[in-house]
Design a protein around this ligand. Structure first.
Ligand SMILES: Nc1ncnc2c1ncn2[C@@H]1O[C@H](COP(=O)(O)OP(=O)(O)O)[C@@H](O)[C@H]1O
Ligand SMILES: [Mg+2]
Length: 296
């Protein structure tokens, strides 16, 4: 599929755990579905919280081939279509327990890409150390495009692809951000969140330099807002840090936890709740920034 024909992708990311990545990813996907779109949710967190939460624990523990094989073996990209499962609101490319090994495979891929650019070096020397990875998987001066190639291999056309990413910096996160080219950053409204966001900006800049890709920040989600002074201070800080892009506000709501426990977004769990309004506003903004009109 050409770039123009390709569904817009966004990666929900913040390398700090517990900021609401999984909650935000599922509810943006639910909101886009509610607005009439076909959505694929991709879970690249090896812990598989989104996969399990949406009811696909069996797929998480499935025998190979899994997303791990599609990601790390260029001959198995096509298995992705068989691995995708259907949820009532979206399709899901589930994480798998063997994704724990993906970080190492992608690190080997990165080294293979570097050796391929080093006169006299043999990238194939690393092949025996990998489970699946071989130099044939590498077609760019870098190897950050492995997940992008998996998503390119997906047959079914979607309107949007939403990626839920791991809570740490590394190759899987780089690949997730690179594949999407667009990020949404959930952050808790507490001052301890600042360092992680500054590091994320640095990482995104470095990834852009390493790959030549332009990575666009769609917005931040100020998440689990309460009414303390600290929340207000952090909201102001976020508005400055994300100058020029929206800072969407999502308050602390038990309904979001309950919807997750039921394996659905708030749009199925509690239509009309205030949380659906907040996520619908985010989805409308995503449409504005990435939808067909924005691309026309
Ligand atoms: N706006 C919110 N209101 C209440 N609970 C929330 C909200 N956002 C996230 N949570 C809860 O916070 C915890 C961490 O969220 P999660 O989405 O798993 O974060 P991450 O994926 O970044 O680790 C979960 O228990 C989730 O239900
Ligand atoms: Mg998560």
């Amino acid at each position: 599929m050409t770039d123009e024909g390709r569904a817009p992708r966004l990666c929900v990311t913040n390398a700090k755990g517990g900021t609401g990545k999984t909650t935000v990813a599922i509810n943006i996907a639910g909101a886009l579905n509610d607005r009439g779109h076909d959505v694929l949710l991709v879970d690249t967190d090896p812990l598989g919280n989104a996969t399990e939460g949406l009811g696909f624990l069996e797929d998480y523990y499935a025998e190979p081939p899994t997303v791990f094989d599609a990601l790390t073996d260029h001959r198995q990209r096509d298995v992705v279509d068989d691995v995708i499962v259907a949820h009532e609101e979206m399709d899901v490319l589930p994480a798998a327990v063997d994704m724990q090994d993906a970080e190492r495979e992608l690190t080997i891929a990165d080294l293979m890409a570097r050796l391929a650019e080093t006169p006299g070096a043999d990238p194939d020397a690393l092949t025996p150390h990998a489970v699946n990875m071989t130099p044939e998987a590498i077609s760019a001066p870098h190897a950050k495009d492995q997940l992008s190639k998996v998503l390119d291999a997906v047959e079914r056309p979607y309107d949007y692809v939403v990626i839920d990413s791991p809570p740490y910096f590394g190759e899987l996160l780089d690949s997730s951000i690179y594949a999407a080219g667009n990020i949404v950053v959930p952050a808790l409204t507490e001052s301890a969140s600042q360092g992680g966001i500054e590091m994320l900006f640095d990482r995104v800049d470095a990834l852009g330099r390493e790959t030549g890709a332009t990575i666009r920040v769609l917005g931040a989600v100020a998440n689990r807002i309460e009414t303390t002074n600290e929340d207000q201070r952090m909201l102001s800080w976020l508005q400055e840090a994300f100058e020029g892009v929206p800072v969407w506000e999502v308050r602390k709501r038990v309904v979001l936890q309950r919807a997750f426990a039921r394996g659905v977004s708030v749009f199925k769990y509690s239509a009309g709740s205030d949380a659906t309004r907040w996520f619908d506003a985010i989805a409308a903004d995503v449409e504005r920034q990435l939808g067909p009109e924005a691309r026309a």
